[in-house]
Design a protein around this ligand. Structure first.
Ligand code: CA
Ligand code: CA
Length: 208
C-alpha cells in the first residue's frame, strides 16, 4: 500500500509541472532557419522576412510576432502583447525562456516592456549584435507573479518605443504554473490505483 501511495504522489507532482509556449521552437520558422546551429540567415537587410506558420500568422497571443524579422516590427504592429491565460497560479521561480535574433538594445534603442501594466527594464534589454542568436531565461519577480495571479493572466506588452532595432523572436515559454489536474485526470488516477490495489490484494491472498 505504501508503494501505491508513493506512486499516487509521484503522479500528482508530475501533473503540476506545466509550461505554456507562445510560438514554435523551430529556429525562427521555415523560411530562413539553419536548424543545426539555430543561426538564421536573414539575407536581405531592411526587407521583412516572414517564417511564420499560418497558425502563427493568425494568432493573437503574441505568436503572430514570432518568426518574423523586420525593421521596427514593420509592417506588424509597433506594440504587441504576449498573453498567457493561466491554467493555475504561478509559483515562486516561474520564468520565461525565449530566443531572439539580432537584439541591439544599446546601439539602436531598447524596447519598453510592461508586465501586467508595470514597466520593467531587464526583459529584452540586451546588446547581442545584428546577427546573434540568444536564448535566455527571465525569472519573474514576486510582484510580477502576484499581479499575474490576481489577474488570472500574464500579459507582457512589448513596445518598440521608436527603437531602430530589427529583431526576430522564435518563441516565449512560460514555466512554473501550479496546475491542478482536471477531475477526469483524478478519476483516471483513482481507477489505475484501484486496479493496482486489486492486483496486490489478489497476490496477497494467493500467497497466504
Ligand atoms: Ca537588430
Ligand atoms: Ca518559432
Amino acid at each position: 500500500m505504501r508503494k501505491l501511495l508513493a506512486l499516487g504522489a509521484a503522479l500528482f507532482v508530475a501533473s503540476t509541472a506545466h509550461a505554456q509556449l507562445i510560438g514554435d521552437v523551430d529556429c525562427f520558422g521555415t523560411v530562413f532557419g539553419t536548424p543545426a546551429a539555430c543561426g538564421p540567415t536573414f539575407a536581405i537587410p531592411g526587407i521583412p522576412t516572414d517564417g511564420r506558420s499560418p497558425a502563427e500568422a493568425a494568432a493573437t497571443n503574441g505568436a503572430q510576432q514570432t518568426d518574423f524579422y523586420s525593421s521596427n516590427f514593420t509592417p506588424l504592429p509597433q506594440v504587441f502583447t504576449l498573453r498567457w491565460n493561466l491554467a493555475g497560479p504561478l509559483i515562486p521561480g516561474a520564468s520565461i525562456t525565449y530566443r531572439t535574433y539580432g537584439l541591439q538594445a544599446t546601439g539602436l534603442g531598447a524596447f519598453i516592456t510592461r508586465f501586467n501594466g508595470v514597466a520593467e527594464t531587464g526583459f529584452l534589454n540586451f546588446e547581442d549584435g545584428a546577427t546573434a542568436v540568444a536564448t535566455r531565461t527571465f525569472n519573474l519577480s514576486a510582484a510580477m507573479i502576484a499581479r499575474a495571479n490576481m489577474a488570472g493572466f500574464l500579459a507582457i506588452e512589448i513596445d518598440r518605443a521608436n527603437s531602430n532595432d530589427a529583431v526576430a523572436f522564435d518563441y516565449f515559454n512560460l514555466a512554473g504554473q501550479n496546475v491542478v489536474p482536471e477531475p477526469s485526470t483524478y478519476a483516471l488516477m483513482a481507477t489505475g490505483l484501484a486496479g493496482l490495489a486489486g492486483v496486490a490484494r489478489r497476490r496477497a491472498r494467493r500467497a497466504s
